[in-house]
Design a protein around this ligand. Structure first.
Ligand code: ZN
Length: 298
């Protein structure tokens, strides 16, 4: 990584659908350290557009966890009340709706009535097989999602923090990906892109499991003419995995930060546990040190 690299803004973008776990902590720690190193301000963005999975307890857990770990942020809500009032994604619904309207007017989307089970039945990898692509269903069909037409194989250059550009194309798992869900709310790929543009983000730090999402968002940015997103720099960090090599998930209570707090653990204990999982031989005390050691693999 170039020592003189500077950015203006990056973001922490947790989803309040479960208690935060060690994997989230690693992501936050890397984001905070890269922000400090490159002069970027940190925006806290809480992705609550998924109304069924969002829970206020989990929103509160995000504030509690960041404060407990002493991970700073410079823009965004300081507490639950401010979040509800000014920063919930519900406050930006007009931006998402106008992007969806633009896609509809440009005939870039189609309505799809396939359920998740329908898609899974046709494809073992749950890749969409284009079932409704040519059906020309009305866009206001009840209980239909909107999918983006992705037949055109666009080249998607992704700027990396190492100064390289990876020329990728959309993976099969993202064929005709959903931009508006059956519940009528905008989908993650759309809200994440629109929010990154809205907040002026020029550095995105996320787990490597989101590589396909990065490509979907690049594809969508081209369809929406949001050129700024193509100048965004990305860092996809390695994930924490359990003994069997599975990514840590929110359902695993014993890795939640809340669980460790209840056990009266301190932040340095959490960083020590993470370094243990990463196989780092040194005992760490805070997020700066954690990333200092990870520099080798950055
Ligand atoms: Zn369909």
């Amino acid at each position: 990584m170039d020592e003189n690299l500077t950015f203006s803004k990056t973001r922490l973008a947790p989803t309040p659908s479960g208690y935060l776990h060690l994997g989230n902590v690693l992501s936050f720690a890397i984001t905070a350290a890269l922000a400090e190193k490159t002069g970027a301000k940190i925006v806290l963005r809480i992705d609550d557009v998924d109304r069924e999975r969002t829970n206020k307890l989990y929103v509160q857990d995000i504030f509690d966890t960041l404060n407990f770990l002493e991970i700073p942020w410079h823009e965004g809500p300081r507490d639950l009340a401010e979040f509800d009032r000014e920063y919930s994604q519900m406050c930006r619904m007009e931006l998402y709706t106008s992007a969806l309207q633009q896609l509809r007017e440009n005939e870039a989307i189609f309505a799809c009535t396939c359920s998740r089970a329908d898609v899974a039945r046709l494809s073992p990898e749950s890749s969409y097989m284009g079932t409704c692509s040519g059906k020309k269903l009305p866009t206001d069909t009840p209980n239909a999602s909107w999918r983006l037409h992705t037949e055109e194989p666009l080249l998607l250059p992704v700027k990396t923090i190492h100064g390289t550009v990876i020329d990728a194309t959309l993976p099969p798992s993202m064929r005709d990906f959903v931009v508006k869900k059956r519940d009528t709310f905008p989908a993650y790929q759309l809200t994440s892109l629109i929010d990154d543009i809205h907040f002026g983000i020029d550095l995105v730090v996320r787990g490597e499991d989101l590589w396909a999402s990065t490509l979907a968002q690049q594809y969508l940015s081209k369809r929406l003419g949001l050129e700024a997103f193509q100048h965004t720099t990305f860092f996809h960090h390695p994930l924490l995995v359990d003994d069997e090599g599975h990514k840590l998930s929110k359902s695993l209570g014993a890795t939640s930060v809340q669980y460790f707090r209840k056990q009266h653990k301190k932040p340095e204990d959490i960083y020590a546990i993470i370094s243990g999982i990463l196989g780092v031989q040194v005992t760490l005390h805070d997020w700066r040190e954690l990333v200092g050691l990870l520099q080798l693999s950055l």
